[in-house]
Structure formats: C-alpha cells, structure tokens
Design a protein around this ligand. Sequence first.
Ligand SMILES: Nc1ncnc2c1ncn2[C@@H]1O[C@H](COP(=O)(O)OP(=O)(O)OP(=O)(O)O)[C@@H](O)[C@H]1O
Ligand SMILES: [Mg+2]
Length: 312
Amino acid sequence: MTLPADIIVSAQGLSRSFGDIAAVRNVDLAIGKGEIFGLVGPDGAGKTTTMRMLAGVLSPDAGQIFLDGIDVVRAPEHAKPHISYMPQRFGLYEDLTVLENIFFYAELFGIPASVRRTRSAELLSAAAMAPFSKRLAGRLSGGMKQKLGLVCALIHAPDVLLLDEPTTGVDPVSRREFWEILYRLRESGVTIVFSTAYMDEAERCSRLALMNAGEIRHCDTPDRLKRAMPGALLSVTAVDVRGAFDALKGVPGVLGKLMMGDRVNVRVDDARRREPELREALARQAIAAEVGSIEPSIEDVFVALLGKGQAT
Ligand SMILES: Nc1ncnc2c1ncn2[C@@H]1O[C@H](COP(=O)(O)OP(=O)(O)OP(=O)(O)O)[C@@H](O)[C@H]1O
Ligand SMILES: [Mg+2]
C-alpha cells in the first residue's frame, strides 16, 4: 500500500465494542489532504462506528486518532472546528425552511451573521438549491434533502468532511450532482471521508478501505485494488443467464461467480486456459452463451477480496 505524502487524518489501532459486538477492530487509517477516501463494506461492517470515532463523537475503547496534529480522542473539542460530520440519518428540521436549517447549523458553529449570509448563498448556489431556499425542508425530495444536509455540514468551512452514506436512496442524477459538489470541494482543499454501499461511487474515490466485520481488509486506490484481485475475470453472456450460472457449477478453475443482469462475471484462476473450457462446459449443457475476457469492476474486486458471492 502506498501512503499519501501529506496526511491529515490518521488512526492507529482503533477498536470499539458494543457489549459482545466488536463493531470496529484494530483499524489503522492514514488519509491524505485532499483525498476522497471511501469506506466501503456491507451492512454492519463498522463504517458508521469508524466515522463517529473519527468525528470525535464516540470514544474508542482503544487506539488513537490525530487530525493535523490534534488528538481527537483526548481533545475532541479542539478537533471539532476542523471537522464536519454528516451522519447516516442527518437531522434536518422538516418544519424549517432550507435557509432556516442552514442558519440553525451556522449558529451552532458560531458563524457570525455577516458571514452566514454570504456563505449560505454561495453554498446554495453551488448545490443548485438557491431557488428552494424558502421551501420547507420536509417538502424537499430525498436528493435535495441530502444536498441540504451537505450544505449545512459545510457552513463552517471544515477541513475534513465525514459523510456517512450521504447518497443512499438518492436518484442517479442527484447523486451525480452531489459528486460534482464533492469534486469542487476537493479542489478547494477539503478532505472527504465517504462511506457508501454503491460500487460505482467507490470507483470515484481516490482510495478505498474495504471493511468487513469491523476490520479493514484492504486499502488502496481503486486501480491497485483491481490489480490485486486474485485470478482474472471472464464474462458469460446468455439469454438463459440462470442456466449459464448453474452450468458453471463445479467447473475446474472457477473461483467465484457474480450474476450481473444478462451475464455472469466468472472469476477464474487462468483466463486464457479457462475460456475455452467454460465454452465447452456451457455447450455440453446446451446453453447458448458468449464467453469473453473483461476488466474487473470494484464490485468484482470487493466480492473476490471479501470472499463474498457464490463459490462453485
Ligand atoms: N450503539 C450501538 N449499540 C449496539 N450495537 C451497535 C451500536 N452501533 C453499532 N452497533 C453494532 O456494531 C456493528 C457495526 O455497526 P455500524 O453501524 O458501524 O456498521 P455500518 O457498516 O455502518 O453498517 P450500515 O451499512 O448498516 O450502516 C453492527 O453489528 C451494529 O449492530
Ligand atoms: Mg452505517
């Protein structure tokens, strides 16, 4: 793993349990200035618990966190002016307008009234939400609510933005707008830690930490993670995709299979050797299918590295 040169957030040996549940186990992190760092993992992997500790709102049982030299565990109040944390269920006041919500958060962070107006106008315009400033938050669409959450989280100009699944339930167009805002923030030097269950979003991060059962299993750039995937990928496209999937059961060299709409992504030990063998296996069972080599996506890597997906 290559580490970024200019580290802004670091954690060592971070652990936290809830009763018998070890939510986060011995997590190390080193996040560079200006990164969009993705925490990716299935439900219950420990993403939210990690985020809450980084934000200084939950104490770890063990481990250290530093933000630009500030000890987040011992002095969270010193770290807070530099951090903004948008929880998975962000608290907007539904019976307040968009602008009133922003002003509420501005006041919470002690932003002077003069700065509050200009900054909220800038942020609303960047989020393409200026026309809705007088709308009640409760009347906004899901995507707009998330954008408003982001605007509120940005009102005190944090150095580090922690976003816990901010785009869950948001439509693809709004998600794209959300990402445009994130890229612009990064250009202005903000570091973003982002958790997501969407694999296309994972591809957009500068580096990814793949989490499972409280541990970071792999951490690298999306490209390097792809290269680290054991084996190679073949795609099997078939009308009877379920039939093709079943026909590949027990075929030698098949390490894993992932159903993807009209095709099956098949991870094999050796693509060149297995490609004709897969064709033969399918033909033997009278399944009309096309077999070809493809590049893995982060989803394939995720499934392979975390040992998910159906084995043969
Ligand atoms: N306050 C709590 N009390 C008890 N158990 C908790 C608490 N918070 C988290 N857990 C448990 O810790 C584990 C990790 O939870 P966490 O919320 O960090 O996962 P996550 O990766 O954010 O999941 P999701 O994708 O569902 O948001 C889970 O087993 C969860 O049930
Ligand atoms: Mg969570």
